[in-house]
Ligand binder design. Structure first.
Ligand code: PRP
Length: 178
């Protein structure tokens, strides 16, 4: 396991600033609508925690855990729900909170699944997108940063469960990927 990263992709201060901006937009957009923020475990946990604390209108928080079949670096689009929402979302304004949209397959599944429950609306807030790898067209209302086609870790994103606790987003050196 490495402890020093030479390539920081998004620094701590930039994350903090962008989270504030997105929270301000959500606060504006959802006034009087009490959105339900759905954190997709585990990667989105830090983004969600920081974001929701900066949203200054009433809102609720719920969690989903999904597992996508495939290797650590490639999701397959076949998604299994490990933990479903506690809340019923009929007529609710839902915001799915993700750490990264890579191929977009996980989010595409999640969005369809939640839309089938007849919410009032479903939007997406993702900290990162990786346009070079996107396979399906997904409209994300709130995007933090576009990242290059590198394996990125930190601020919730892992490699074999390591590095989630970094305060910044860094590229994993190619040799670590094996
Ligand atoms: C990551 C990320 C997204 C998904 C994106 O989760 O949090 O849910 O992969 O990939 P995709 O756009 O190619 O579908 P992961 O399965 O690594 O689980 P984790 O959040 O628990 O680390």
């Amino acid at each position: 396991m490495i402890t020093k990263f030479d390539e920081v992709i998004v620094g701590e201060e930039d994350i903090r600033r962008r989270v504030l901006e997105i929270a301000a937009k959500i606060t504006d957009d959802y006034r009087d609508r009490e959105p339900l923020l759905v954190c997709v475990l585990k990667g989105a946990v830090f983004f969600t925690a920081d974001l929701v604390r900066q949203v200054s209108i009433p809102c609720e928080l719920d969690f989903m855990a999904v597992s996508s079949y495939g290797s650590a670096a490639d999701s397959s689009g076949v998604v299994r729900i490990l933990k479903d929402l506690d809340a019923y979302i009929t007529d609710r304004h839902v915001i799915i909170v993700e750490d990264i949209v890579d191929s977009g397959l996980t989010l595409s599944y999640l969005r369809k699944n939640l839309t089938a429950r007849n919410p009032a609306s479903v939007e997406v807030a993702t900290l990162l997108t990786k346009p070079a790898r996107q396979k399906v067209d997904i409209k994300c209302k709130y995007v933090g940063f576009e990242v290059p086609d590198r394996f990125v870790v930190g601020y919730g994103l892992d490699f074999n469960e390591h590095y989630r606790n970094l305060r910044f987003i860094a590229a994993l050196p190619e040799e670590e990927l094996g």
